[in-house]
Design a protein around this ligand. Structure first.
Ligand code: UDX
Ligand code: UDX
Ligand code: ADP
Length: 465
């Protein structure tokens, strides 16, 4: 089957960029991205392409090129489903906040709603592609909902997990390490796989397109994220040991990274990993392992999360200890709120947890992030429900100017590794701060020697400087 019409349900961090690339690389395919969130769709359609709801380097240019040609953003979910031959499901699958599996299992209600909607609308055979990260065997659940509609329509379910990282989404999509497509071994299943392979083959070399069975594909995504997160927790575990022993975690990372069996990437010690995927996917893995009675497997992976929580808490408590055991009434400046640089996404960002800890210690926090707005910062804190929204608004303020954020502060904390932080006039920042002036570099991006020469007391993660 030659695909000429694709619909993607979910116009988020995954659906938006992925569909923009498909539309750009496949001018013969009409791509419609739909979402229930009307505000988000309005933003995707904003005349000024810089106002699209997701910040990713290079994305606005792509959208400008394809939008209105063969890329459309719409709230008309039913219409788009009806017209499409292939439907990507790219809706959010947060960790459950209620009931069985609370705090651990993925909440699949959005996925199920999508499946029911597709089942209700479809009048001809369709290929349904799981793009969201899902627990293993979700495809089976989707299939069962789709097949029991009784209207004679046939569906093929494919698993096509997305491996893009935020901040480099466009590059990752243009030149993926691999594209993974899982499907059934039946002739119909193979035909569906081929249809999706043909879409990607418009720009991805064939040898990078892997096909597997559905379960391997689903589990590979969870495994990849678990391994990546594990590397960060492993180097963060070493960072604490380095601080005690006088070793330097950057030197250790460099030394081990040159071992070709280990490799140099993903060994940056930090205030802790964030993002919508790592924690959620590991919790999901832990939940699945437990549900099969595999307690040692579950405990092994859970340790990655325990270590990450420890790292965030440790960073915050070190600030308190260093500032003479109290931050009550003191101003702490946060540079960065996003979970990593080059994105406006704040989901599970370490900054949220560090600020929550410091607010409990009655600090006054001032935040600057080049891409994150006040509304987002406040909603991230309110979501924790640690204290009332009024108290959050008393304790934290968000400003548009980094120098104002640092003015009068007792300490500056780097929470995100934005490049521009390195380029700031640190002498000017120092001159306007309380003395002694402390810097807690949660991303190890600053030149500690230079800052030390200015007069700052600098603390990095994983070294004693
Ligand atoms: C190890 C380190 O590799 C080496 O750098 C260090 O100097 C000494 O310790 P060694 O113990 O000789 O070397 O062998 P290695 O190849 O690392 O294997 C260790 C064990 O892990 C073996 O039992 C091997 O069978 C097992 N292994 C290794 C696996 O089960 N799976 C793998 O993918 C790799
Ligand atoms: C991740 C996976 O990389 C991607 O393949 C998957 O599709 C989605 O989840 P993402 O969460 O967007 O992508 O970003 P990633 O670059 O993996 O960073 C995750 C977190 O780990 C960030 O908070 C980052 O700052 C942190 N990190 C990463 C470190 O602290 N040290 C590192 O060395 C690498
Ligand atoms: P991700 O990082 O996985 O892309 P996001 O939360 O950024 O996650 O995006 C998921 C999008 O899916 C949200 O914009 C949400 O409104 C949308 N969504 C969830 N359920 C449905 C549904 N049944 N129909 C259409 N859109 C949906």
């Amino acid at each position: 089957m030659k695909i000429t019409n694709i619909c993607c349900i979910g116009a988020g961090y995954v659906g938006g960029p992925t569909m923009a690339i498909i539309a750009q690389k496949c001018p013969h395919i009409k791509v419609t991205v739909v979402d229930l969130n009307a505000e988000r769709i309005v933003a995707w359609n904003d005349e000024n392409v810089e106002n699209i709801p997701i910040y990713e380097p290079g994305l606005s240019g792509l959208v400008a090129e394809a939008r209105g040609r063969n890329l459309f953003f719409s709230t008309e979910v039913d219409k788009a489903i009806d017209e499409a031959q292939m439907i990507f499901i790219s809706v959010n699958t947060p960790t459950k906040t209620y009931g069985l599996g609370k705090g651990m299992a993925a909440d699949l209600k959005y996925i199920e709603l999508c499946a029911r909607q597709i089942a209700g609308i479809a009048k001809n055979d369709k290929i349904v592609v799981e793009k969201s990260t899902l627990p293993v065997r979700t495809a089976e659940a989707i299939k069962s909902i789709l097949e029991n509609t009784g209207n004679g329509v046939h569906f093929q379910i494919l698993s096509n997990p997305e491996f893009l990282a935020e901040g480099t989404a466009v590059q990752d999509l243009l030149q993926p390490d691999r594209v993974l497509i899982g499907g059934e071994s039946s002739p119909e299943g193979q035909e569906a796989i081929q249809a999706l392979v043909d879409v990607y083959a418009n720009w991805v070399p064939q040898e990078r397109i892997l096909t597997t069975n559905v379960w391997s594909s689903e589990l590979s995504k969870l495994t990849a994220n678990a391994f990546l997160a594990q590397r960060v927790s492993s180097i963060n575990a070493m960072s604490e040991l380095c601080e005690k022993t006088g070793a330097d975690v950057n030197e250790v990372a460099r030394a081990i990274g040159m071992d070709s069996r280990i490799g140099p990437k993903f060994l940056k010690s930090s205030v802790g990993f964030g993002g919508s995927c790592f924690q959620k996917d590991i919790l999901n893995l832990v939940y699945i392992a437990k549900s099969y009675g595999l307690h040692e497997v579950a405990d092994y992976w859970e340790q990655v999360i325990i270590m990450n929580d420890h790292q965030k808490r440790r960073f915050a408590s070190n600030i308190v200890q260093t500032l003479y055991n109290t931050v009550s009434g003191k101003k702490i400046a946060f540079l960065g709120w996003a979970f990593k640089k080059d994105t406006n996404d704040t989901r599970e960002s370490a900054a949220i947890y560090v600020s929550d800890y410091l607010l409990n210690e009655q600090a006054n926090i001032a935040v600057f992030d080049p891409q994150v707005k006040e509304k987002q910062v406040l909603s991230d804190l309110d979501y924790l429900q640690t204290r009332s929204p009024e108290l959050n608004r008393k304790g934290i303020q968000v400003m548009e100017d980094p120098y104002e954020v640092c003015r009068g502060a007792h300490a500056v904390a780097i929470l995100t590794e934005w490049d521009e932080f390195r380029e700031y006039d640190w002498q000017k920042i120092y001159d306007n701060m309380q003395k002694p002036a402390f810097v807690f570099d949660g991303r190890n991006i600053l030149d500690t020697a230079k800052l030390g020469a200015i007069g700052f007391i600098v603390q990095s993660v994983g070294s004693t400087n």
